[in-house]
Ligand binder design. Structure first.
Ligand code: GZL
Length: 331
């Protein structure tokens, strides 16, 4: 995490999340030309984490639509949440001699060997959405994505402000993202760093909900049974928060009132719950990385120098702000 932070400071380039391109995506899983599609058409091999959340769906749409708009031949692979599938996909892309490889690493560790194979094959690699913890930063050209530690801090800062001047204990339960994933590790550490300043804040239970609604609901049900007094839920993404809301309501409690809820992402369903005061605060994490990713792919193919770190610009939302933003929300 520290390495990534130094990268962020060294090469940080603030990035405005752009509008995703339009037009039907040509998901080239069904063949497409091997290697460069035609003389000048760039072929991009992209390995996606899976389809675990609303954020992921929006991210996939942004990548596919932006590739189509940019005239880039996309070979898209869905890893279904498994690192071994991503490693297999990257090896396939190398065999197919794609021009550039991009992927969202499902976990932070275990990428050195396969990325060394891509480097030896002289195929540039771009990390998108999530980072890796390998110390060898020559294994990839750039990492484009959010600062997850900052997202966790923003969640903690809201909570500190919300309970300013109060001295009663504040019992927090935490739904973590998928084990080993950079957003799970960093959203947890950023949040903990902020709330440790005041001993009234206590995380009484913390467990993974795998970034999904189903698991978020199931884990919240166990929290409600095992924790006599829950004041706050901090969920690492909207989907787990939405699952937890179902469990909270089934237990006869009012989400957003009896239990305050903070989530991360700001996808449409989360923003709708926020506008209804079922969630109290959302930290945005933009999935619309497609347009910027395609620019970086073209630059990498052309051998241009690109910043080692491209940080996506994002904000936070209160219920009032969600009501204003919803009509024009793209995801
Ligand atoms: C964050 C992304 C996370 C989202 C989740 O950039 O990797 O994965 O916050 C998604 O919704 O599952």
């Amino acid at each position: 995490m520290l390495r990534r932070l130094s990268l962020a400071v060294a090469g940080g380039l603030l990035l405005t999340s752009a509008v995703a391109g339009c037009g039907a995506s040509d998901e080239a899983g069904s063949g497409g030309n091997s290697g460069g599609g035609g003389d000048d058409k760039i072929t991009l091999g992209f390995s996606q984490v899976g389809a675990e959340s609303g954020w992921r769906t929006a991210n996939t749409k942004s990548v596919q639509e932006s590739a189509a708009s940019a005239g880039i031949d996309l070979k898209f692979s869905d890893a279904q949440g498994k690192q071994e599938n991503q490693i297999k996909a990257i090896r396939n892309f190398i065999t197919q001699r794609v021009d550039v490889i991009a992927f969202s690493p499902v976990v932070e560790s275990g990428w050195g060997t396969v990325l060394k194979e891509a480097k030896d094959a002289n195929i540039p690699v771009i990390l998108t959405d999530r980072a890796i913890d390998d110390p060898d930063t020559t294994l990839y050209k750039t990492f484009i994505g959010s600062d997850f530690v900052e997202e966790g801090k923003k969640a903690g800062q809201w909570l500190v402000k919300e309970y300013e001047g109060k001295s009663d204990p504040v019992n927090i339960v935490e739904l973590q993202g998928s084990p080993g994933a950079a957003p799970a590790n960093d959203r947890k550490s950023g949040f903990a760093e902020v709330i440790k300043a005041d001993p009234k804040f206590k995380v009484v239970a913390s467990q993974t909900g795998q970034f999904t609604r189903t698991d978020g609901k199931a884990v919240m049900e166990t929290f409600l049974k095992s924790q006599p007094d829950i004041d706050v839920l901090y969920a690492h993404n909207d989907d787990m928060g939405l699952g937890a809301i179902e469990a909270i309501e089934a237990a006869g409690k009012k989400p957003g009132t009896d239990i305050k809820i903070i989530t991360v992402d700001a996808v449409k369903d989360g923003m709708t719950a926020l506008s209804e005061n079922k969630i109290n605060f959302i930290v945005e994490c933009s999935p619309l990385l497609g347009p910027q990713l395609m620019d970086l792919v073209k630059k990498a193919k052309g051998g241009e120098t690109i910043p080692q770190r491209v940080i996506t610009k994002e904000t936070t939302f209160t219920p009032e702000q969600a009501k204003e933003a919803l009509p024009s929300r793209q995801y």
